[in-house]
Design a protein. Structure first.
Length: 422
């Protein structure tokens, strides 16, 4: 048997026949190794290189498809996908305010001032004899209270002299009247049927005496008035802001010796923008709450300025303060600052929405029929609770908070927040 096998000539083996021998047969002995080790090593390197290229190709394909934009379902052959596989609608927070009467409120601040100051000036010249304690700076006085009294001796003498002149003129008038009566009787005896002439009856002299009497009485009245003017007072309740008066000081007529203001001239001046002014128009008789120094006062707007401030372009509201000598006018002194709350008009069929409901461009987003819509509101004003807008059909609710990644017309689901009912 061995001899027959040895006689079989060796068959040349091709490269294709070497590979199966290397892969399928286990190399148990050196007799089974390929005849050409160099060719086998080269082929192994080629196979490894092809495997690496194949892996790189697969990775490149995976990266390409992961970055490619999603094609429409119809393009990708997905038109027949069930509805359950579509993207779910986004939830948005909404409120549903009820239409009703909403009041506009304007909050601001102002400064206390006076409409005008009054200079302290006497109408007669004299030396100060007595002075009230209220004449000190910061003193408060009542209407008619004597603040300064001048020496009166000279004015009393002038009054006495004027009254004496009155008596002289009365006597002169009586004398002329008596002369006239005597002349009329004598003329009637001589000329019983004739009218008495004016010169005979002394009528011009009587008229002159009457005029002189009136002039004397006027001089007496002036003397009496000057005597009264030595007692200086003011016709209003007020406070002294400046004073240079001292007992013994000579005061000249027409020269100021101090300054004061009337309590009924104290007012709060509130700068206000044109937009806020339009929200509370008309402003006259609008109710105002004044907060100052821990106190709260109620007042009424009296008027608005006729022109805007040249720098700030703001208008000014004037609010008279309570005119009580022991009340708020003394607490709110000129120069103080105060916070104010001005009540504007009530708007029927209006909505009150929070600041968070306003979107870019001062617009609102609301939901109707499950889709997102946009609305340009008509802003009527504001108050501490939110923005007052004109009512409209808000559908399922107004969206609050910022909305990103959702465009108008997109399908959304509402998540209602606590409704506002005012």
């Amino acid at each position: 048997m061995l001899k027959s096998l040895k006689k079989i000539p060796p068959r040349a083996q091709s490269d294709d026949e070497v590979m199966p021998l290397m892969t399928d047969l286990e190399p148990t002995s050196d007799a089974r190794l390929p005849a050409n080790p160099a060719k086998a090593s080269r082929r192994s390197r080629i196979v490894g290189t092809l495997q690496i290229l194949l892996v790189l190709l697969l990775m490149a394909v995976a990266v390409y498809y992961s970055r490619a934009p999603a094609a429409p379902a119809s393009v990708q052959g997905m038109a027949g996908m069930p509805a359950a596989d579509a993207a779910p609608a986004t939830n948005v927070a909404t409120i549903t305010p009820l239409a009703g009467k909403q009041r506009v409120i304007v909050v601001g601040n102002g400064a206390v001032g006076v409409s005008s100051n009054v200079e302290l000036v006497t109408q007669v010249t004299g030396r100060i004899a007595r002075m009230a304690p209220a004449m000190a700076v910061g003193g408060a006085f009542k209407a008619g209270e004597v603040l300064v009294e001048l020496e009166q001796e000279e004015f009393l003498l002038q009054l006495r002299q004027a009254r004496a002149d009155v008596e002289v003129q009365i006597a002169n008038l009586q004398l002329q009247q008596a002369k006239s009566d005597a002349a009329v009787r004598n003329y009637a005896l001589v000329n019983p049927s004739k009218a008495v002439p004016s010169l005979v009856a002394l009528r011009p002299q009587i008229a002159q005496a009457k005029a002189q009497l009136l002039a004397a009485e006027s001089r007496a009245d002036i003397a009496q008035l000057n005597l009264q003017r030595t007692r200086f007072s003011l016709p209003f309740d007020g406070m002294i802001t400046q004073s240079s008066a001292q007992i013994g000081q000579l005061i000249s007529s027409g020269k100021s010796f101090g300054q004061s203001y009337a309590l009924n001239s104290v007012e709060l001046v509130i700068p206000i923008s044109q937009s806020d002014l339009a929200q509370i128009a008309p402003v006259k008789n609008r109710r105002v709450q004044i907060l100052a120094d821990g106190q709260r006062f109620d007042a009424i707007v009296d008027r608005a300025s006729a022109e805007l401030d040249s720098r700030s372009r703001f208008a000014r509201l004037y609010v008279p303060l309570p005119q009580s000598a022991g009340g708020a006018a003394l607490l709110l002194k000129p120069g103080m600052f105060a916070d104010v709350i001005i009540e504007g008009p009530e708007h029927p069929n209006s909505l009150l929405v929070p600041e968070s409901a306003m979107q870019a461009g001062d617009t609102l987003l609301y939901v109707r029929g499950g889709t997102l819509r946009r609305h340009q509101p008509i802003v009527l004003g504001r108050n501490p609770e939110g923005i007052v807008i004109e009512g409209f059909d808000l559908g399922e609710g107004i969206v609050i908070g910022s909305v990103s990644g959702i465009s108008v017309g997109a399908a959304v689901k509402t998540s209602p927040v606590e409704s506002q009912n005012r």
